[in-house]
Design a binder for this molecule. Structure first.
Ligand SMILES: NC(=O)c1ccc[n+]([C@@H]2O[C@H](COP(=O)([O-])OP(=O)(O)OC[C@H]3O[C@@H](n4cnc5c(N)ncnc54)[C@H](OP(=O)(O)O)[C@@H]3O)[C@@H](O)[C@H]2O)c1
Length: 346
């Protein structure tokens, strides 16, 4: 098939979500005459989000769970940016493994098979540190064994494993980027919305006397940078951890979030033993009610575990240099988005 000169050479999935929309905008900015193909479940949502730029976007309406809607989606595509995902909160808390796997694992496989069939040059997967679960040990790098234990985490890790298998067995040229929690404008809901809500009420639960555990963040600007670097410079079959490179502690994050929402005491301090007991008691009850427990054992472990995530591989092999490191700026941009979109009261 002869390719028309303005045919899209990049496909972005999850383009109507947080990270994907930034990838689309960056591609349009990098190639002023170019076009981008996106996978979207809703055409009206894509049109609303991209405004006049929709003329430069080829929308394929489809669903990762339905392979038939993906047929030919990678034809003529040089680079796939796979950012679509069913994340925490997408489903009811009681949702089991299969619902996450349908999108995150099997949906990723459907897309990867299309990429192989169309001989796509590179498949970039926006994965997550969630794929690692809660690894033991405080120093974490790409070689640290994964220990996923929630349905979401398992589905993310399963997707990574399948992609790496397809790299070995079928020649899929894949690069996997694993970001930490992402700041910046564009998210519907998510953990940072919850953070601001809790801080405003003065109810963010800080467990133990000190909250000096390091909680790395990454701004969406830097995640997009990392995805492009992975598209261009990664070795195939490699995983890259990325974050801002600044060792922000949970205490600092809460402090800055408190300043932003105008709450001088954003947190309640809970002694560790009390938190464990509360977590053990409330989790089974919440599960029966089909609700998220206020403090699941996994979440508790996440609060208390100091994980130093090493990003030297991305720095050295991709040339990744984080641009956004100022916590006020990172959280401030996120807050403004939530207020502008009516998700938070000013
Ligand atoms: N945000 C973070 O803090 C964070 C942290 C670490 C890693 N990541 C990773 O970055 C990637 C993007 O995350 P995000 O925050 O941008 O997620 P998001 O805002 O929830 O967006 C998810 C996107 O996936 C689409 N999607 C969901 N199910 C689909 C399906 N069955 N078929 C086709 N599309 C489907 C959604 O479509 P609709 O628009 O139609 O709903 C949406 O566009 C994910 O891989 C995530 O694991 C994000």
């Amino acid at each position: 098939m002869t390719q028309s000169p303005d045919a899209p050479s990049a496909l972005v999935t999850g383009a109507t979500g947080f990270v994907g929309q930034h990838v689309v905008r960056s591609l349009l900015a990098r190639h002023p005459q170019g076009r981008v193909r996106i996978l979207a479940r809703s055409w009206p949502k894509a049109r609303r989000l991209f405004g006049p730029d929709i003329d430069r976007i080829e929308v394929v309406q489809g669903d990762l769970t339905d392979r038939d809607t993906l047929r030919g989606i990678c034809d003529g595509i040089d680079t796939v940016y796979h950012c679509a995902i069913a994340v925490l909160g997408t489903f009811h808390a009681g949702t089991g493994q299969d619902a996450f796997d349908a999108v995150n694992h099997r949906g990723t496989l459907h897309l990867a098979l299309e990429a192989i069939q169309s001989r796509t040059r590179r498949f970039v997967f926006s994965s997550s540190t969630a794929a690692m679960g809660t690894p033991t040990g405080s120093h974490v790098n790409e070689d640290t064994p994964c220990n996923p234990h929630t349905p979401y985490q398992r589905s993310k890790r399963a997707a990574e494993e399948r992609l790496l298998e397809l790299h070995k067995d079928a020649g899929l040229d894949v690069a996997i980027v694993r970001p930490c929690l992402v700041t910046g404008p564009g998210k519907d809901g998510g953990e940072l919305l919850r953070l601001f809500e809790l801080c405003r009420k003065g109810r963010f639960p800080l467990i133990g006397a000190k909250a000096d555990v390091i909680k790395p963040l990454i701004d969406v600007v830097d995640l997009v940078q990392a995805l492009h670097l992975a598209a261009e410079h990664a070795d195939a079959g490699q995983i890259y951890l990325v974050h801002s490179g600044a060792d922000h502690t949970l205490e600092q994050i809460i402090d800055v979030a408190g300043q932003i929402v105008g709450q001088r005491r954003p947190a309640v301090r809970i002694p560790k033993p009390a938190a464990w007991v509360a977590s053990q008691l409330t989790t089974p009850v919440a599960s029966v009610l089909g609700k998220s427990p206020p403090l699941s054992p996994q979440r508790l472990r996440l609060f208390l575990t100091d994980r130093r995530i090493d990003i030297s591989k991305a720095r050295q092999q991709l040339g990744y240099v984080p641009q956004m490191t100022d916590l006020h700026e990172m959280l401030g941009r996120t807050y403004i988005h939530y207020v502008r979109t009516g998700q938070l009261q000013p």
